[in-house]
Design a protein around this ligand. Structure first.
Ligand SMILES: [Zn+2]
Length: 473
């Protein structure tokens, strides 16, 4: 990594600013002696609010009050304003966060491709570094097949689990870890803002009274298909209702986030814990003629919130473009563990008020849907799967310029996000992209082509879950 040296120097300065605590790179466990001789440890709480658009959060300018607890955390944290997700749906993005790699590098690209063997996961490194590791929540790709569980001492993820049960488990875990000498890494995953958007009792204030339309309490995949067939939601009242339900779900997830944050305070863990709150991707509400996510690389789908609090950090905002692949290196850096060769870089300098280095960032969407069938209609042992590529999109970011390639048609589109954040005006008049951006994208695509995903056959329980999530027919 080009910036490794700078990052390490900055981290030392950062640690000095925290009060003279010594770095502990490579030493087990992650417990350091401060200048006063008092032993202290480090923990990381990583919360993913699935499908949460940055522009629906108060700390990103939304005025509906959907996220009071995150907003409070943001006031004492660094809020990253321009965060690019490496894809626009859950599986490849969370695999990127856990590996620091782009989707083709780690291999979890679509529902039949688990994380590739030999790819090192964050929890593995952290466990080797002496931390206890736990994953609790509603992450939908929790099956052994996808191999997210590798490196976790406790892996309690299931997408059908309620947010309240998730929170109760997380609070129990925090109370158990509070008195221990070794640090911990806790991943909490809330699925509420993902479809179906359900009516939440505690979010009643978000729903317009007197609404009389089709979207009474739930906006689900079937309605999405119907709206797509009709040409996306056109009726303002219908769209407003859909967004009301979505905001209500964010409000619900934020309530439980608040309970987790309160528990950190109650257990006196704040001064030794990095807290990271992010979303894996956003959501479309008819922009560009699209609903939901996993079907574009527009900003509605790939611009995500990222809020990081670390003890001693300088609260503020970071406007430089960064990526979710940076989370991996940031966590290692905070913990004082040796940096690894990844596609990301540590954001610790940004927590001390320094701008991250200017870089070229990428995002990709390789959606494959699969039809599962029995050829003769009788013998289930002869089950076959037919894959069909739905999307093959690649995009590159440099500064505020964004070039998107639809590899299936070979068409490019160029946007200047500084003046056109909604990507309404394609700047290419003759279809020919600027040489530097095209060159960077070509080079990246070529580099990614040397990785081949491991295509495997998931068992019936995985297939059923993926079917209910709409990933297969
Ligand atoms: Zn997701």
């Amino acid at each position: 990594m080009d910036n490794m040296k700078t990052t390490n120097l900055t981290r030392r300065r950062f640690l000095k600013a925290l009060g003279g605590a010594a770095a502990t790179s490579g030493v087990r466990p992650v417990v350091a002696a401060s200048s006063a001789g008092k032993r202290w440890r480090r923990n990381v709480v990583f919360v993913c609010l699935d499908t949460t658009r940055a522009d629906h959060l108060g700390c990103y300018g939304y005025s509906r009050g959907a996220s009071p607890n995150l907003d409070r955390l943001a006031q004492r944290s660094v809020v990253f304003d321009d965060v690019l997700s490496p894809s626009s749906w859950t599986l490849p993005v969370l695999a990127s966060v856990m590996t620091g790699l782009y989707p083709h590098e780690h291999g979890a690209i679509y529902f039949r491709t688990p994380i590739r063997d030999g790819v090192v996961r964050l929890p593995e490194i952290l466990r080797q570094g002496g931390l206890s590791t736990a994953a609790i929540g509603q992450f939908p790709f929790h099956f052994d097949f996808y191999k997210f569980q590798v490196g976790f001492d406790l892996f309690a993820q299931k997408w059908s689990q309620t947010a309240s049960k998730t929170t109760a488990q997380a609070l129990r875990y925090l109370s158990e870890r509070a008195g221990r000498e070794e640090g911990f890494f806790l991943w909490v995953h809330y699925f509420e803002p993902h479809v179906p958007y359900e009516w939440q009792f505690d979010s009643a204030g978000f729903y317009e009274k007197g609404y009389r339309g089709k979207t009474l309490k739930v906006f689900d995949a079937n309605l999405i298909l119907k709206l797509e067939a009709e040409g996306t939601p056109r009726a303002d009242a219908e769209l407003k209702r859909i967004i009301d339900l979505y905001d209500g779900e964010i409000h619900c997830a934020d309530k439980y986030l608040g309970w987790v944050l309160d528990e950190l305070g109650r257990r006196k863990l704040v001064d030794e814990t990095m807290v990271i709150v992010m979303a894996d991707h956003g959501e479309h509400f008819g922009e560009h003629g699209i609903v939901e996510h996993g079907n574009s690389l527009y900003e509605e789908a790939v611009r995500v919130p990222l809020v990081i609090h670390a003890p001693g950090c300088r609260p503020g905002r970071c406007g430089s473009p960064v990526s979710l692949v940076d989370v991996f290196a940031t966590i290692l850096d905070f913990l004082g563990l040796p940096a690894r060769e990844t596609s990301g870089c540590s954001l610790m300098p940004a927590l001390a008020g320094e701008a991250p280095p200017e870089r070229t960032l990428f995002t990709t969407l390789d959606t494959v849907t699969s039809v599962i069938f029995v050829p003769d209609g009788r013998d289930p042992s002869k089950i076959q799967t037919q894959d069909k590529v739905i999307h093959d999109l690649k995009a590159v970011r440099r500064g505020r310029k964004k070039l998107i390639l639809d590899a299936r048609s070979g068409k490019y589109a160029l946007y200047d996000l500084a003046v056109d954040p909604g990507e309404r005006r394609d700047l290419l008049v003759d279809g020919k992209p600027p040489g530097d951006l095209r060159g960077a994208l070509d080079e990246w695509i070529t580099a990614m082509q040397r990785y081949r995903p491991t295509v495997a056959a998931p068992d019936a329980s995985v297939i059923e879950a993926m079917r209910s999530l709409g990933y297969i027919q």
